[in-house]
Design a binder for this molecule. Structure first.
Ligand code: NFE
Ligand code: MG
Length: 481
């Protein structure tokens, strides 16, 4: 008999995510047979931006999210540089990469220790307190001295994240949102003392990532091998690429590319459309390329269940994120699964942190950090980058020197999207479907699969749905649905 499980809202994600799955027994295995992921909050940033001075976009879009603001600052800077026809100064390009790298390190440590690891640790008898209570438990969880060690690293990771923020703030002026980012580079002058201070924090963080986080990641991988076969999803991967290694953007630390139906391919942004048949937006908002996107909310729309639109590439569902980046770039090709996402993210942290040390050597203290150009009367720009959670794009148009159009397609929009007009489930929904669920009262498998994507709902729907009461960590088990 089919059972419906609702987790509303899902905890240990950024923002408001509701997950509803149907569980049934097929071939003797109790498993998920249908899944719906719903972004439960509308925010309207795209609408806020129109009519503004284009420079405002760098700062307003960073307020979309406190976890990945730097990526939004980077995407809007790149989009404005396209519209202004402006190439960033070398120092500015490097400074922005260093600040974004600091944000990657902070965000990936946050995901590994504070959002994902608790799904694998049983702290009974170790920590009977918040945030460890209430919690789901299962017999496969790490216990005893191994759990104590992981909890110790969880606490150390809090201090490491603070240091990553301090490091980024040296060139950002402020974290988590950067005040120094501008079209043309970054306004913070570079001094030799800045480079020394940054390197000192980076060296400490690199030690933690390599010696502690990667070791804990390897331990989880060996203990939870079954999760290399769980949560595969659509199997298609998309990366815009990130960390420009030259000011023309033709060389990147992570390449732009795609992997679909087992074949590698290039990325043509003309292939991207957002669909809304299952999202709370008007029909006029659907089937559009982001350059001409429309965001008209329509609460209570029949058949809709999310504030997230459904972005598709050539009509095909794609997953984005660290695994997609590492896969496309050739750094990680072991598999696509819940555990592969976690391991690829940890390995990516080390790769980015190591590259940052080299970028520090390329800074020229005292040299210009940005190139100024007056706002044009008209222009069009696309800013493609990678947030920690995956491919991020900003599309903008300028008319009469004001923003006339602004659209954001965020990583969690790709991963946590609802069904599209063809009825295809989003990447995370597909990853949930066929996930085994051993204990209906403790469906920990669902948390592990969802958390492997590191979803962020603040980024993906840019009013709380009236009449829908938020509840904390509720699991409804309604039989017979
Ligand atoms: Ni709010 Fe974000 C990242 C972006 S996820 S965390 O990383 O953009 O959609
Ligand atoms: Mg959008």
């Amino acid at each position: 008999m089919a059972t419906t499980l609702t987790i509303a809202p899902m905890t240990r994600v950024e923002g408001h995510l509701d997950v509803e799955v149907t569980v049934d027994t097929i071939g003797g295995t109790q498993q998920v047979t249908d899944a719906k992921c719903a972004g439960a909050m509308f925010r309207g940033f795209e609408r806020i931006l129109t009519g503004r001075d284009p420079h405002d976009a760098v700062h307003l879009t960073q307020r979309i999210c406190g976890v990945c603001p730097i990526s939004h600052g980077m995407a809007s800077s790149l989009a404005l540089e396209g519209a202004f026809v402006l190439t960033p100064a070398e120092n500015g390009r490097i400074v922005r990469n260093l600040v974004l790298g600091a944000n990657y390190i902070q965000s990936h440590i946050l995901h590994f220790y504070h959002l994902a690891a608790p799904d694998y640790i049983n702290t009974d008898g170790i920590l009977d307190m918040s945030p460890w209570r209430p919690h789901m438990s299962s017999p496969d969880m790490v216990t005893g001295s191994s759990a104590t060690a992981l909890v110790g690293n969880y606490v150390k990771a809090l201090a490491m994240r603070r240091k990553a923020h301090q490091m980024g703030a040296i060139f950002a002026g402020h974290m988590p949102s950067a005040v120094s980012f501008v079209p043309g580079g970054a306004t913070k002058p570079v001094s030799a003392a800045d480079v020394t201070a940054f390197r000192s924090l980076l060296t400490e963080l690199r030690g933690f990532v390599t010696n502690v986080m990667l070791a804990d990641g390897e331990a989880l991988l060996s203990l939870f091998q079954d999760y290399t076969a769980i949560g595969r999803g659509c199997g298609n991967l998309l990366a815009y690429g990130v960390f420009d290694l030259n000011s023309a953007g033709t060389s990147k630390l992570f390449a732009r590319g795609r992997y679909a139906n087992g074949t590698f391919g290039t990325v043509d942004t003309a292939q991207i459309r957002e669909y809304v048949s299952h999202s709370w937006y008007t029909a006029n908002s659907g089937g559009r390329a982001p350059a001409n996107g429309v965001t008209e909310p329509l609460a209570d729309k029949a058949g809709a269940y999310s504030w997230i639109k459904a972005p598709r590439y050539g009509g095909v569902v794609h997953e984005v994120g660290p695994l997609a980046r590492m896969w496309v770039n050739g750094d990680y090709r072991y598999g696509i699964s819940a555990m592969d996402r976690i391991v690829a993210r940890a390995l990516e942290t080390e790769k980015v942190a190591n590259a940052m040390d080299g970028w520090l050597n390329q800074l020229v203290p005292g040299a210009s950090t940005y190139t100024y150009k007056a706002t044009p009367a008209t222009g069009t720009g696309i800013g493609l980058t990678e947030a920690p959670r995956g491919a991020l794009g900003h599309w903008l148009q300028i008319g009469s020197s004001k923003l006339t159009q602004y659209q954001v397609v965020s990583p969690t929009g790709w991963n946590a999207s609802p069904m599209d007009d063809s009825g295809q489930h989003g990447a995370m929904e597909q990853a949930l479907i066929s996930t085994p669920v051993k204990d209906l009262k403790n469906p920990i498998e669902l948390l592990r699969v969802v958390h492997s994507f590191d979803p962020c709902l603040s980024c993906s729907v840019h009013l709380v749905r009236p009449g829908k009461k938020a509840e904390i960590c509720r699991v409804d088990v309604a039989a017979g649905v």
